[in-house]
Design a protein around this ligand. Sequence first.
Ligand SMILES: Cc1cc2nc3c(=O)[nH]c(=O)nc-3n(C[C@H](O)[C@H](O)[C@H](O)COP(=O)(O)OP(=O)(O)OC[C@H]3O[C@@H](n4cnc5c(N)ncnc54)[C@H](O)[C@@H]3O)c2cc1C
Length: 1004
Amino acid sequence: MKIAEGYSKRVCALLSSILTIASMAGASSDVRAHWTMNDGAGTDLTDSSGNGNTLVGKNFAYSQGLNSAAVSLKTDGELRAENSESLNPADAITVEAWIRPWEPNFQDSPTFVFKDGSYVLSFVPGKKVGFRLWVGGKEHLLSSKKTDWKKSVWYHVVGAYDGRKMRLYVDGKLDNEVPMSGKIDASDSPVFVGTANGKHFLWNPIDEVRIFGRALAVDEINKATLAGKFEAERMDARHAAFFHKGEKRKPKAVVPGYIWVDAEDFDEYGGWWMETQFVPQVGSPYMLAAGTGEPVEDAVTTVNVEKPGTYKLWVRNRNWVKDHNPGTFNVSVNGKKSDTVFGTEPIEEWVWQDGGIFELEAGDVELKLHDLTGWYGRCDAIILTRDMYYIPPFVLEGYKGEQRRLTGRGAAEKTEGDYDVVVVGAGAAGINAAISSARMGAKTALIQNRPMIGGNNSTEMGVPILGPADFGKKNAREGGLNEEIGRLRSFNFMQKWSNGAEVIAAGEKNLTIFLNTHVYDVERTEGNRIVAVRAFDMIDGHLSRYEGKQFIDCTGDAWVGYYAGAELMRGREPRWMFNESNAPEEADIMTMSGALMHSHTLGYNSVDTGKPEPFSGPDWVWDLSFNTTNLQARKGYEKTHKSGSWWHENRNDVDDLWNPEAARDGLIRVSVSYWDWIKNVSDSKEKAANRKLLPLPVTNAKRETVRLVGDFVLKQDDLVETVWFEDAIGHGGWGLDIHHPDAIFSTEGPFDFNTHISMYNVPFRMLYSKNVPNLMMAGRNVSCTHVALGTVRVQGTTGMMGQAVGTAAAMCVRYGTDPRGIYQKHITELQQQLLKDDQYIIGLRNEDLNDLALDAGVSASSEKSALFSAQNVLSGVSRIVGDQMNMWASDPAQDMPQWLEVKFRKPKEVNAVYLTFDTDLNDAKRATWEWKDDERMPPECVRDYQVQLFDGSIWTTVAAVTGNYQRRRIHRFPSTKASKIKVVVNATNGDQSARVYEVRAYNE
Ligand SMILES: Cc1cc2nc3c(=O)[nH]c(=O)nc-3n(C[C@H](O)[C@H](O)[C@H](O)COP(=O)(O)OP(=O)(O)OC[C@H]3O[C@@H](n4cnc5c(N)ncnc54)[C@H](O)[C@@H]3O)c2cc1C
């Protein structure tokens, strides 16, 4: 994957090195040991320096680390590397570790790295870090000046010695140093990590431990700190981390007499939040005082005033609840406060307010935003002008033109390239579409208007990926990309499924990702074909254009289809239209509400402060006391004195599509109104007495807006009656889960209906546009009724659709056809390709004529029972269906290794073997790929194995794998004539049986 130049450079650099923070230090030379702690299985932690200083462990656990796993010791735990020459540098040394302390007992000197008689890095009494060296037979201790360690924050701690000085660095900065000379004493002590030979335990996580035979330079240490901190922040989902300040403008007068300052130009945001969700509607990012009732810290910047004189101040802001003025603020210029209080205009639109006159000298002038309420005041831009008659434009287009004129930003459009497939929107659907298209060989662009991929599942939103398996369906978790990404995420303790997707996408050479890029238009030829999409950068506004042959709309909002003139559906269809008993009598434009989401917070979160925390709702909250009985009866209510629930929603007539900012603001009002009700009305008020509301999430995860109409519209009966589709491309099985249109105000509970249905297949015809020939769609904007959206919208299912359309798009390019052509002429091939790529389609089996193994004979070292016979690996189905196991499992009473042999009728040229192992698609707990700790490697999954080929006389090993945790593995090798393939299983991740669902062989 490439990530496009510009604003996203930093993200690009970091993503591509996501698995190797160390490499970012740019100083791999003379590394003596490097324990990444990412091994995941067994008791040995690999030394990736190549010096073989394996860290042998006992009683330790994996947990979330910086970019992947970290380890922590349990009682009597140990991590020990035997002494070696490489661990005894004499002239210079660096000892480095990442630690995440949680109230350590400093008196006990919890230890990070310990080599008795040579070097130690640890905490020491006085709340300090200590770096100890033995030089000339004497012990020398250098303690840190730093003593304030926050709970659960990752710290980068480095001790270095260059033959002249001992130095301690914390978080990339030199903390303390002392002169020192002489050679470091060699010792025969092993190196211990996390303990000093059974004493001084560091009970908290430790990660990325390195020992060098030289002193790292400060810039090398700094680079490693930055890389690690960035990863830690990403995992904490701090959105601001993605805002690349390095490219910010220094405001000055581009047009004489006018200085335009954008919110994003500020040097320090203070407690203000950089809001980039609503750029298409607002015209630019803006600053939001998200303090939840407590004024946030000032935002500050300086601008350059070339000419002294009288300047008029204009401030663009919005009063988000007119007549109540919830979010107000002051602006001061060089310390002088404007008389105007901003956020007070009696209209809920973005407006410019006149801030009065200021006399300014030439030179740097300080601007300060001073929040007055903490209730979501907002400032988008500031103008200082010498033109006293000037009035800035209020209307969006005029505003954008003026912004360009006064900032000097050009309006020239850059063509970013000619792609085979252009995917717009990078939720689960778009991600899978783009990866599968690229894997099929199509040159693919993925355009995403957020600073990261993931959509609702991204680190900024965090909606878990659910599917049929979470709705009580047996053996129902998706395979394919969903599982591959999910397994990677789980193995690496990543925050979200989408973090795993970033890593997988990074490996795709045919894929380019454009972040912060919002598609706002398309170019068409006659016949409604799309030729290109047009976009602007969400931060600096620059324009770009992307040509393509096939387009996939995964925006959730059907924007590409809308601009292309595709037929759309919106709101609730009337009952008669699709004969749906769950539909309302009359059509309306109700769409299910979104919710405030941020990482792990849904709606709101609160904290117990141990003292009474009275809360008096502001005058703009809604009174929910009329609905007390119903709210108290809702599922999940009992937890809402702590945190929000999915039914903290807007009424369904709120417009998430055209007015998303107002929809988000409505959700803020819902959360605060509900909290007011909890604190002052509900029967939970005692439980909530000491609880304080934390800052609310400000991102609106959307659930429903618009759908594109395809050749087929999926409706209630197709799902309730489980209709067979000849063009099935994958399965779903979430219920018909439609929320009540009155949402939090509903006196009938949170659901309109929630009907359980069986697992079903999704037809391909609902994934391409009826009237735009080269447009496909996946996600919540597919061709289905409002009722059917109740099931297909969950991300397990949208991800599955994404894989199908990405595969189909690449096939369109290959055959020079459009999606309808795929349906008419190549649907079997599409289905077989999807099965080959581990997607499940109910009722279909592997009939791939290119699979050399299909008509082979099979034998195995042992079988668990007739149900698990070796023959099952050629059943053509690679999951349990009903009472069919469809897998080989060896006799659990027999020791490993166990083997499985596929014997061709006659020798064949083979260059690829596809294996499908068991990762337990039935386990509901694992259905979301959210599982942690010792479950990162499903016990059923084959861990260590070999693939061998028999050419008639000798066996050759073509693949030898240790530490596997993936369900699907593909092994490619030079084409070889073989009569037999053997899979030798040496170990599993815990199960007593070797378990294999499928073996495919190809010459491709
Ligand atoms: C509060 C809430 C809870 C939910 N709970 C669950 C759950 O537990 N499990 C589950 O599986 N599903 C859940 N859902 C449903 C699910 O999250 C959505 O249906 C799903 O995210 C839709 O996927 P998508 O890929 O179509 O859209 P999204 O995930 O929204 O991704 C679309 C992406 O496209 C980007 N985009 C939009 N327009 C443009 C443009 N013009 N140019 C470039 N990029 C653009 C968007 O910013 C977004 O990042 C929930 C939804 C909500 C709102």
